[in-house]
Design a protein. Structure first.
Length: 320
């Protein structure tokens, strides 16, 4: 039995669930936002040393100890009943209960438990692990010191970009804004003192032939090249995606880089990861970051790479 934790409207999960059910797998899809109002979770420790873990979705009672795989895809946090007054307290209690239960299951968890995903998603930690594995990295500074920033800026003759340490969405004046990798302008330099209030990642700009998205599923590697330099929208960050002007094609990674990508995913404790690289004009692959639960459907649609099938096969195998 396979449990998929996700929220409504997740087309990635829908695709793989269809593949799983077509292959005859027993699949349960559940969003923890239904708990505790419309679903129940239960952990029981008996006097003889055995344990019982149960999910009742309201439609099906699931013996969680019989799971062979868990896909921690895109679940929402539990939501308290509308009649509850101490909502924050109740929702935190429910969140801890749910995550403790998922973490305790002795089965394949894709990509990993929530705690491992949180650690693997920290960019400073990723950079250090990639460095230890021998990846080429851009010259990088992570700081709140304006003087260190200005010195780095001067050393690289102003050809630097900044990116957030962790989140790429922020709320300002009631509006949600996106924070992407962006070049440092003279106006930014004039406001360097503001760095004292929040850390930032500063990197030397690396010239690009193309950007490479590497999706690792278990030990399978799927690489796609994103021709981000053909459009001004994507020149510094391909996530400013311009679908009419940004070709995406399958990419052949050198065996050494492919093996290094698998090693990084394993080192971070993951069974899946979406890695962003730069291919320089000289042919060097430079590591930028890894999204431990990154989207894949858009790469598959553009290139035909069978990522969804690989996820299905790994979930069906149950091999940790």
């Amino acid at each position: 039995m396979i449990l998929v934790l996700t929220s409504e409207g997740d087309d990635h999960a829908e695709q793989v669930v269809d593949l799983l059910t077509t292959a005859g797998a027993d699949v349960v899809v559940f969003d923890p936002a239904r708990y505790p109002t419309r679903a129940t979770l239960e952990i029981g420790h008996s006097g003889d040393g055995s344990t019982r873990r149960v999910l009742d979705t309201g439609e099906r009672r699931v013996a969680l100890d019989e799971l062979t795989s868990l896909w921690y895809r895109r679940p929402l946090n539990p939501v308290a009943h509308s009649r509850v007054t101490a909502r924050d307290y109740v929702e935190e209690e429910c969140r801890v209960m749910a995550e403790s239960l998922w973490d305790s299951l002795d089965c394949l968890t894709l990509p990993a438990s929530k705690a491992v995903l949180d650690r693997a998603g920290r960019k400073p930690y990723q950079l250090e692990q990639a460095r230890l594995l021998g990846f080429d990295l851009p010259a990088t500074l992570i700081t709140t010191d304006p003087e260190s920033f200005l010195d780095f800026y001067d050393r690289h003759e102003g050809r630097v970009i900044t990116k957030p340490v962790h989140g790429n969405r922020l709320k300002a004046d009631g509006e949600w804004l996106g924070r992407f990798a962006a070049p440092v302008s003279p106006m930014d330099v004039a406001h360097a003192d503001a760095l004292r209030f929040c850390p930032v990642i500063v990197q030397a700009y690396v010239p690009k032939r193309v950007e490479v998205r590497v999706t690792v599923v278990g030990r399978e590697v799927f690489a796609a090249e994103i021709h981000s330099q053909v459009s001004n929208h994507t020149r510094y960050d391909w996530r400013h995606y311009d679908p009419g002007a940004t070709p995406i094609r399958a990419h052949e990674l050198p065996a050494e880089i492919s093996a290094r990508c698998v090693a990084l995913v394993e080192r971070l404790g993951l069974a899946y990861g979406a890695i962003d690289l730069i291919l320089t004009p000289e042919g060097h692959h430079v590591f930028l970051e890894i999204n431990p639960n990154g989207q894949f459907h858009w790469i598959e649609a553009a290139t035909g790479l069978p990522i969804g099938v690989a996820i299905r096969d790994l979930l069906m195998s149950g091999v940790k």
